[in-house]
Design a protein around this ligand. Structure first.
Ligand SMILES: [Zn+2]
Length: 164
């Protein structure tokens, strides 16, 4: 069974390593079964993204998807994601995180990003993301580098967010 760990669980602080064909998920012989379990967990928790290290796995992949998104309208797990270009223009908007229950804070990030990732079938894909989808991708990618969103805001803003 997979579960979402809460900050500061140790894997949330670690940098994840690339997913390779030699890798497998502990407890799962079947990658497709794992994928559907991870996506189900994300949806049950009402998330639009869920990084591998949030479920205790320090490999570079995350689940992403929401009805309002353009590229990831359909929920998917993407592997070895990277940002290859980011706009100078930045936006500040509210984010939540499944590893920080009931904390919502405004985080500044590049508005538009160009990304690269691998599909489950091992195909390399490229996309240009904007809006909440861009934000979500950047938030999840940060997780893979051990960066939780509390590290992206000032101490004051974080304290205010935690007061509710
Ligand atoms: Zn998060």
């Amino acid at each position: 069974m997979i579960q979402v760990f809460q900050y500061p669980y140790e894997t949330l602080l670690q940098t994840s390593t690339a997913w390779t064909e030699a890798d497998s998920i502990e407890g799962y012989g079947d990658k497709e079964k794992f994928e559907s379990d991870m996506i189900k967990l994300m949806l049950d928790e009402r998330g639009m993204g869920l990084a591998a290290n949030q479920i205790g796995i320090t490999k570079r992949f995350f689940a992403i998807g929401h009805d309002s998104f353009d590229t990831f309208q359909k929920h998917a797990i993407i592997w070895n994601p990277q940002v290859i270009n980011a706009s100078e223009e930045k936006v500040i908007d509210v984010e939540g995180c499944l590893s920080f229950k009931n904390v919502f804070v405004k985080v500044e990030r590049p508005k538009i990003i160009e990304v690269q990732y691998e599909t489950t079938q091992g195909k390399t894909e490229f996309a240009k993301l904007d809006g909440m989808e861009s934000k979500c991708f950047q938030h999840e990618l940060d997780h893979l580098d051990g960066i939780t969103f509390n590290k992206r805001v000032s101490k004051l803003r974080w304290q205010m967010a935690n007061k509710g």
